[in-house]
Write a protein that binds this ligand. Sequence first.
Ligand code: 13P
Ligand code: SF4
Length: 329
Amino acid sequence: MSLPTIDHRDEVYEDPLDLMNEIESLKKEKDATLLAHFYIDGEIQEIADFTGDSLKLARDAVNVKTSTIVFCGVHFMAESTKILSPEKTVLLPDLTAGCSLADSCQYGDLDQFQKQLRAEGRDFETVAYINTSARVKSLCDWIVTSGNAREIIDRVPADKEILFVPDQHLGRYLQEVTGREMILWPGSCMVHEIFSIQDMLRAKKNNPGSLVLAHPECPHPILEVSDIIGGTEKLRQYVMSVKEPGIFLIATEANMIHPLQKSAPQHTYIPVPGIMASSGETCACNRCPHMAKNTLQKVRDCLKYGKPEIEWQPYFDQAKDVLQKSLLQ
Ligand code: 13P
Ligand code: SF4
């Protein structure tokens, strides 16, 4: 297994405060709004106009009044934003910010698998996690995020089978909470897949009374020993609801600690580490290397030069119907 690495070698050092000031004035000059996912570096979340989980950001983007949106996140998120707001210029600071989960379900493979199921006489609807490309979305009946998955699955007619793509762990968890059997695609997220259960249990033992908060993209053995399971916004809401100071072990992308700390500073948050590399060295595997491609310099440059931009693609029309009915209605 290759562990994620974060590489900033291509950037010359610039003072973060100067960059933040430059971004603030460019936002005004270019009539732009900055959206940032909770997994983005805290300093970028600080200057964003909207932060949130995938569902909230998709909805916020639709209500943005400026002509340009800079989406600090990964490609499928910026693509969904463009699809839901076609009249806007949507910029992604680094077009190569992908997603291992989205990559694990390719259009051709899904198309072929659906055809095979239909040929076998299976009567099913395809439910896709939002972490998929727009081409894949165009093959699907429903799109879910961690924030609306239960509600959407309830909308799938009871007499239909469900093909759930691409996250096998989220799918397995949803089977459990909804009671619906699903055909699961074997995809997974490189960050959530490699949390170390041993280190997590050790941290729990060393911090009596601590609770484990986990994202449902984590594999079953982690979820089994977790106290609260939810998407990023649900985890944020949960810590806000606990008034007495507590200790929380966080089994999701490490930057999530920034909004948790900001929303509920009375608590202590400990990131669950990823497994060690075979060399025995600690790795940055609880950081998403794709999200980490969003740096202050790239945000400044994309505002300054108006690129890279998400361009409209012919298959966006079909993806638009399914995104709208799933996220906005
Ligand atoms: P949410 O913030 O919607 O829970 O998504 C998590 C994620 O993996 C985004 O890539
Ligand atoms: Fe994709 Fe995982 Fe990164 Fe989210 S954290 S963008 S699911 S690779």
